[in-house]
Design a protein around this ligand. Structure first.
Ligand code: ADP
Ligand code: MG
Length: 289
């Protein structure tokens, strides 16, 4: 077990996020490599609430799935930092890989979609809404397999709600569904709250990611357009047509449209999407290599 920061040697910085730094570390005793996410709870510059950090820790301790980045240990340092020792994902994030590779073939995208769907099926089965599915939170291992990471804004149904954190924290709502960016208009009324539509919100976000993997840039607004908040919200809530590449297969088209249905009550369920032909292709290779 890894419960001591002094046993971990920092080798490199893997990522910087809101309130967190992620290091590549080696565990001296076992000579193994891990990723260490450090959350500074009390520093003003990058403040994240104790409540949010505790929730992330709680979720990471509960989940155990081949489709979710594994967390081996959670502990506090004497300085009050919260540490997550996680499986190191050698391939980095889908965000970084997309920037390098530009776009992916449908077979690769099908593999990504299938793994994210299975990860979401696992999470939703545990009543966990991820809430922040986007390329930088999907990590790739040495085998080229994608896993879901970053439970920084996730919710366990029954816990404390504060749905717009993802937007405030990261300054973007690019991957959020219509009912999240404008719940008054799109949620369907007072009968519904985040714990009703949050699950469908994860499906929408997957749809945006999948389309981005195919077109090679954020897909809901044009390449040259300035993605300010108003333009984004308009595109998410009122954008009528999807820019799907002409060469895309009918299955891809149908899959993306099923995810990006604006009315969350009509949006495809995980069961429906898991049975969709787009993710049930037999291909020689659907991993990112
Ligand atoms: P934040 O809440 O700050 O967004 P993340 O958990 O998303 O934190 O991590 C930020 C970035 O650090 C990721 O986008 C990724 O590039 C890198 N990273 C995080 N965890 C790992 C890991 N287990 N293996 C490799 N890289 C990681
Ligand atoms: Mg993140």
């Amino acid at each position: 077990d890894i419960e001591n920061l002094s046993d971990l040697k920092k080798l490199a910085v893997l990522g910087l996020g809101n309130g967190g730094v992620v290091y590549k570390v080696s565990h001296q005793k076992t000579n193994s490599i891990y990723a260490l996410k450090l959350l500074r709870l009390d520093h003003n510059a990058a403040f994240i609430s104790h409540q949010a950090a505790a929730r992330e820790a709680e979720i990471l301790k509960r989940v155990d799935s081949q489709f979710i980045v594994k967390c081996h240990a959670v502990f506090y340092t004497l300085e009050g930092e919260l540490c997550f020792v996680m499986e190191h994902m050698e391939g980095g994030s889908l965000f970084d890989v997309l920037r390098v590779r530009g776009k992916f073939s449908e077979d690769v995208i099908s593999g990504i979609a299938l793994r994210v769907l299975k990860g979401l099926q696992y999470l939703h089965g545990m009543q966990i809404i991820h809430g922040d599915i986007k390329p930088s939170n999907l990590l790739i291992n040495a085998k080229g397999e994608v896993k879901i990471a970053d439970f920084g804004v996730s919710r366990i149904v029954g816990g404390t709600p504060a749905p717009c954190e993802a937007c405030m924290g990261t300054g973007t709502c690019a991957y959020m569904s219509p009912e999240r960016v404008d719940s008054e208009r799109w949620s369907g009324g007072a009968d519904y709250d985040y714990y009703d539509y949050g699950f469908a919100g994860d499906v929408w976000s997957l749809g945006v990611v999948i389309l981005e993997c195919s077109v090679g840039h954020y897909p809901l607004i044009g390449m040259g357009e300035k993605p300010d908040l108003v333009a984004l919200i308009c595109a998410i809530c009122f954008g009528e047509t999807l820019e799907i590449p002409e060469t895309a297969s009918p299955e891809f088209r149908s899959f993306v449209k099923t995810c990006l249905e604006k009315d969350w009550r009509k949006r495809g369920s995980l069961d429906k999407l898991l049975a969709h032909p787009f993710v049930n292709r037999t291909t020689s290779s659907n991993v990112i290599i």
